[in-house]
Design a protein around this ligand. Structure first.
Ligand code: AMP
Length: 566
């Protein structure tokens, strides 16, 4: 029985454990610490997760799914073969694979987990993450905010006391900013802000749109496979522009090649709107923490997209400081989840450390009365203000607005806007009240925001003293407990690709991808290698297979280095 830490990312996921002294990363079946958050089905109909699925993203785009974390907390469904999956089920398949890696590595059953979520994840997105854990057979002991996890790992590493720092966390699909203070062993989040629909993938979209515009190409006319190729090419171009000043994109449609070269400067221009969107949460977090950029001791960049020069320079320009360079932006959140595991286990080494967090956004209600036709019900009424330390519980007394009113119905919202239509609706709360004159009946609405960032609402009708824990209804993005149990059963019935065959399958999928990209002699050579590999696999001589895998991997590495398309 043991507990693991998981960074469940949009693009990659990592699994960790606390070994009693320090946080450690757990390698997957391919001996890598990063597992692509990609799910697919192989030719036999078995579920594949991670690198094999990533390799098939281009060659089998209709049987592979990526970026589903962006839809957590929504009721979007994805088709994979005969099955339809919700985002939390796809996340559960990634979690199951990480759990299996941890069990193989630790040589014991894993039952519990700490999972990191973007700080700016909404209530529905958090509940969906918790459901994903449950569907993967994990008891989710804590949801920890990604920047907070990064901060605690950074704090342990620095061993300095009394520092104020900013975590700038931009992954594939989300952006979080947190300002923290470490003082006397207490790690306190002062302010947190972000945008849960902004990340590295948006910079890929920008390149795709520029490419389409350049060639006067209608994206909705492209086939799934062509679109997948274009996306891959844009992703490679974006990553290349991190280290080079120029790069290019290309796809082949109906035997014709389409190319476009992009300079870093052009890419920066294409991304102007996204950069503008990055500024706002930074300004808000600084404002809320009542700080100027130059009062920060350091800036920590987290998440794969923080490698982009344009993002680094935005952070240094806005904050007047060069970000810390010695941190691995891919691993720091995962290491923080392991420290949280240690904290939950009350580990001796960590007994001096206290971690506190805040709610990143305001939570409140609107009030719709039975006879209400006026405008007032559309206004936002905050109950818990953003950046309140969690856990927190706040209540407010609300009165019946009209005579003889028998029901109260109100929307629950998160956000900062005056009008609720501009905030995110979390659900609706409905409740019967005794009839009476307007203003004579009241209810006490209590919002409790727990340490996982999950909201609970409780209502007491003052005149009867009746207390109700309210289930927030009407959020299509959430599964009920009963639905979770049903889906758990159907997930258990799925065939999963065997872990020990991963390496061979990755090689085969990679070969198929290279074959599709190559032409002429190179193509024939790859076909020959793949046939030889298949023949050797059938002989089932493990030593011979292993040595051929190494040999072909080297050849593929060389071919990819020579290729303009990776
Ligand atoms: P994460 O969710 O933290 O794994 O971050 C994934 C995002 O980082 C994706 O959008 C990647 O395209 C992006 N990313 C990773 N490496 C680089 C790089 N070298 N340059 C630009 N973006 C990158």
């Amino acid at each position: 029985m043991s507990m693991i830490g998981i960074d469940l990312g949009t693009t990659n996921s990592l699994v960790t454990y606390w070994d009693g002294k320090q946080a450690s990363l757990i390698p997957n079946g391919l001996n890598k610490v990063m597992t692509p958050s990609i799910v697919g089905i192989d030719d036999s109909g078995a579920i594949i997760v991670g690198e094999v699925a990533r390799q098939r993203l281009q060659t089998h785009s209709d049987k592979t799914l990526a970026n589903f974390k962006r839809y957590m907390g929504s009721n979007k469904t994805f088709s994979l073969g005969k099955n339809k999956f919700r985002p939390e089920e796809l996340s559960a398949l990634v979690l199951k694979s990480l759990k299996a890696d941890a069990e193989a590595f630790l040589n014991e059953e894993v039952t519990d987990a700490v999972i990191s979520v973007p700080a700016y994840f909404s209530d529905a997105q958090r509940k969906a993450t918790q459901a994903a854990g449950q569907l993967a057979g994990l008891n989710v002991k804590r949801l920890i905010n990604e920047p907070t996890a990064a901060a605690i790992a950074y704090g342990m590493h620095e061993k300095k006391d009394d520092i104020t720092f900013l975590v700038f966390d931009i992954g594939g699909g989300t952006f979080d900013v947190s300002i923290l203070e470490l003082f006397d062993g207490v790690m306190q989040v002062n302010a947190s802000s972000g945008d849960n629909r902004l990340g590295g993938e948006d910079f890929v979209d920008v390149l795709i749109r520029a490419f389409a515009e350049h060639h006067n190409m209608k994206l909705d006319k492209l086939k799934g496979q062509q679109l997948a190729n274009l996306r891959l090419s844009a992703e490679n171009c974006k990553q290349a522009l991190t280290s080079e000043m120029h790069s290019s994109m290309s796809i082949r449609v109906k035997k014709q090649n389409y190319d476009m070269s992009v300079s870093r400067e052009q890419f920066n221009d294409f991304s102007a709107d996204l950069l503008q969107r990055l500024r706002q949460p930074l300004e808000r977090a600084l404002n809320d923490a009542d700080l100027h950029g130059d009062e920060l001791d350091s800036i920590i960049l987290v998440g794969g997209a923080s490698r982009m020069p344009i993002i680094r320079s935005l952070a240094s320009k806005m904050l007047g400081k060069i970000p810390s360079a010695h941190i691995n932006p891919d691993e720091i959140v995962a290491l923080g989840t392991a420290i949280q595991v240690g904290l939950i286990q009350n580990d001796e080494t960590l007994k001096e450390i206290v971690l506190t967090d805040v709610s990143p956004y305001t939570l409140g209600i609107d009030i719709h009365n039975e006879n209400d036709q006026g405008e007032s019900g559309l206004l936002f009424h905050p109950i818990i203000e953003r950046n309140s330390p969690v856990p927190i519980s706040r209540s407010d007394l609300l009165y019946n607005a009209s005579d003889n009113q028998s029901k109260i119905e109100m929307g629950i919202y998160q956000g900062e806007a005056l009008y609720v239509r501009e905030n995110i609706k979390l659900g609706t709360l409905k409740l019967k009240i005794p009839r009476g004159r307007a203003g004579s009946e009241s209810i006490d609405v209590r919002f409790t925001y727990d340490i996982n960032g999950l909201l609970e609402v409780e209502v007491i009708v003052t005149s009867t003293g009746k207390k109700e824990r309210v289930v927030i209804e009407g959020n299509p993005g959430l599964l009920t407990q009963k639905e979770i149990e049903q889906r758990l059963k159907s997930l258990q019935g799925l065939k999963i690709h065997p872990r020990e065959k991963l390496e061979n399958s990755v090689l085969m999928a990679r070969g198929e991808r290279l074959y599709e990209n190559a032409l002429g002699e190179k193509r024939a050579y790859i076909a020959e290698l793949l046939q030889l590999f298949e023949k050797t696999l059938n002989k089932q001589d493990l030593a011979e297979i292993k040595s051929l895998v190494n040999e072909i991997t080297e050849i593929f590495d060389q071919l990819e280095q020579d290729s303009p398309l990776h």
